[in-house]
Design a protein around this ligand. Sequence first.
Ligand SMILES: [Zn+2]
Length: 582
Amino acid sequence: MVRRSFIYAFVLCVLVCGCLNTTLASTAVVPRDEDMVVESRAIVMGRVMELSTGLDASKGVVFTYVRISIGAVIKGQIIESEIVLKELGGETPELGTMIFGMPRFEEGKDVFLYLNTWPDGSLRVHQGFLGKFDVTRNASTGRLEIARQEEGPGVEVMSASMNTTGTGDLESYRARISGLVEANAESAARFEQKYYAGVPVHSVPPGFDEDRAFGQIRPMWALLNPSRPLRWFEPDANGQVVFYVNPAGAPNWDYQEDIRQALKAWSSAAGVKAKVILAGETGGCGVQTADGKNTISFNNCDGYFAPSAGCTGMLAVGGIVRYSPSDTKTVSGMTFYRGIEANVSFNPYALCNYVNRCQLQESLTHELGHALGLGHSSDTSATMNAYAHFDGRCASVRQDDTTGISLVYPGGSFGGALTINTNSDLGAVKVERDYSTSLEASGGAGSYRWTVVGGAVPPGLVFAQSGFLYGTPGAPGSYAFSAQVTDSSNNSVERSFSLQVLPPNPAPLVVGVEYKNKKVFGYGSNFDKAAVLLVDGVALDAKFDATSVKTKKKAKLKAGVHIICVVNEDGKRSSDFSFVIE
Ligand SMILES: [Zn+2]
């Protein structure tokens, strides 16, 4: 836990400093320098010589190729004087791919890079933007400085105590990293053996020279993350934007509900006209395999995320992996390009960061914002800010997010006064059973924020700012609380709610048994209708009411001692009851 708070402190510092680049990042937990050193296959300094793009025909998405002239190799076996990186995203005249969180390159710029490889051995930057540092000369001191992202020099990050460097003096950073390479040589070798055994390191991606010679890969001057607005055109004709989820590797709770909450946060934002729905499951997965379906997945089936050991790095990526540069529409005074397919992929190496559903909901909301066409916001309170907040907002959006999404999908209206639609009586829940519900509001100016203003929710439950009430109640009782919803114009209304937490069912009790006509009859109390009857440890098909049970089929039991036991639906079981057949 100590380490997590360090990471959060660092993130907070960057946010407070206000030096965050606003368009490049994706949701991320910043890794320690040591993790970056161990996990990367090569660390180099060099200069960006050329950018080019090409469609990977086997995947149906666009990659950008970055040629780097090598100045120094700090880690790894690179002996060539030039290397070519292969990064996901870019644009050809026919098709574009936009993924947020990618490193962005400009020709002629000096860079300090942590690299790993795709499964085919092509080099790429480790952990997206987190593995790329710009090298610039400080005009006042004349010294070279490094900076993650593109913010200017002068950001003070206490790297000595945090073990995470965001900016600093190049010479001392390089010395520090060289020292870490030496000190971590053994664990780096183990990491390489575990995750990259048999994977080559190609200084140039296989097929690159041929594709370039045949014009399949074209030079480009544009940046990797093109500044073109993307959106879906379906909502304009009252159509839906439809997502599917791949259940493989998904968190062990009702993640489909979490996805629906995240989609609702966008489609119900004030002034937004966009129906976005979860339509069901799919076998599709990953971010870079285009199959025509908008997909949310957790299993990294395409190897997009490189291994990382420390529960840090990119949490997820999302983006519009196919769009049409030739199909445009002017909305809110901007020219938008038509989205064709969006994918959201969660990093299994970083799933350990999600300690509850609320955090997953925030990341889902952020990534689905990308999938709907939004980039990163420089407003640090926005859900579309590059760094996760994990502040209990769950699936909710802020004023800045609402402004953005309502410009991309204008036309929705919010009629009438701010109203709470959920009835006061929230019903009953059994103690120690998972529970979730969502308080709903409508009207007003949208972008709702919920708080408890009186009483308290049952212990074990969490009430999120999105109105999502979830958790496992720990104590039976009658609970009452008042919840207030506030819209973005600071109108608010409140309502009192009640929720019963019922005590656990008593365990079943067996007090007698008869064996007649080759059937077993049990008598007792607290039997569930869906209970299971065990006779000598074997479940027999049986019919229950609250005080009796009988087997449905005849079964021959031998003379001697037998044992029966009743197991209720909640797992509570009776004591063993033994009986004798003469
Ligand atoms: Zn992002």
